[in-house]
Design a protein around this ligand. Sequence first.
Ligand SMILES: C[S@@+](CC[C@H](N)C(=O)[O-])C[C@H]1O[C@@H](n2cnc3c(N)ncnc32)[C@H](O)[C@@H]1O
Length: 306
Amino acid sequence: MGNKFSKILKKSASSPSINVQEDSDFRYSNGRRYHNVESVKYPLPNDDEELDRLHQQHFLLRYVWQRNFAAPVKHILNQNGSKVLDVGCGAGSWMFEMASDYPNTQIIGLDISPIQPSEIKPQNVSFVKANLLNGLPFENNTFDYIFQRFLVTAIPKDSWADVINELTRVLKPGGYLELVEINPIPFQMGPVTSQYLIAVEKMLKQRDLDSQVAYKLRLCFEQQDNLENITEEKNRLPYGPKAGKLGQAAAENSRLVLSNSKPFLLENMKISSEEFDNNLDISAKEFCEFDSYHDTFCVYARKKES
Ligand SMILES: C[S@@+](CC[C@H](N)C(=O)[O-])C[C@H]1O[C@@H](n2cnc3c(N)ncnc32)[C@H](O)[C@@H]1O
């Protein structure tokens, strides 16, 4: 495939590294732990606090979508030896559930940060440490199903097409690719929340990340010659009393996202560190009062047989 990854891949594809932790994998700042790859723009920490938030976010999303996946792959997942890849797998929450629901399937999680358990995990789960933006360290046509969720703050605007080409390259003909993304900028925001979200937009722009990519996924899929049967589904991640416990949990999750992004947001906000912290409470209330919500999209497609 003639994208810019193919050149990098020649150097890196043959040697996937398992997720052994090395000191050089991490950078520490103000008591938080981050990935340590300078060229990677992903801003969130990767310490235990953030892993807990990712687990919580997984349960929110499973509730919103009332499922873990949408592509018609149940028959594939039930076949002995099927191979699934979760790209940017984070804490591995999705993988652990899939591994227990589909014990005959091998599920491989790829992430830039080796933050997943290396021993206490289902036997059909394994992890690979790799930078997705350097190309995927797998041979062509390796996986039956590929899932990727919430990499809006990880993949630069101009790299989405290359990433989708690369995901398609390692997908088997007849296999399915599924991406789930969110517009991180909610609708119906209160005034205090808006201050944070203006800073979020600035931070994403400074890092060449595309807050609106969720709306463009379908088009990215359509521009990939090898994908067919493209399906797009849209949903809302709601806050507020109408959304019940889900609304409260979503507000708590957003509060943590903002709090975990504090060092990068504060530099774009004209408020003190104390105000930043205090306003988080106000913002969490506003999310509910204003019935704010996020758009979230799921797009999936099949790789053509030839
Ligand atoms: C918001 S989390 C989503 C985690 C998971 N997909 C989920 O839905 O729970 C994004 C993940 O992408 C990983 N990531 C960011 N940039 C990456 C890169 N260039 N290559 C591989 N993983 C990356 C981060 O380490 C993080 O675990």
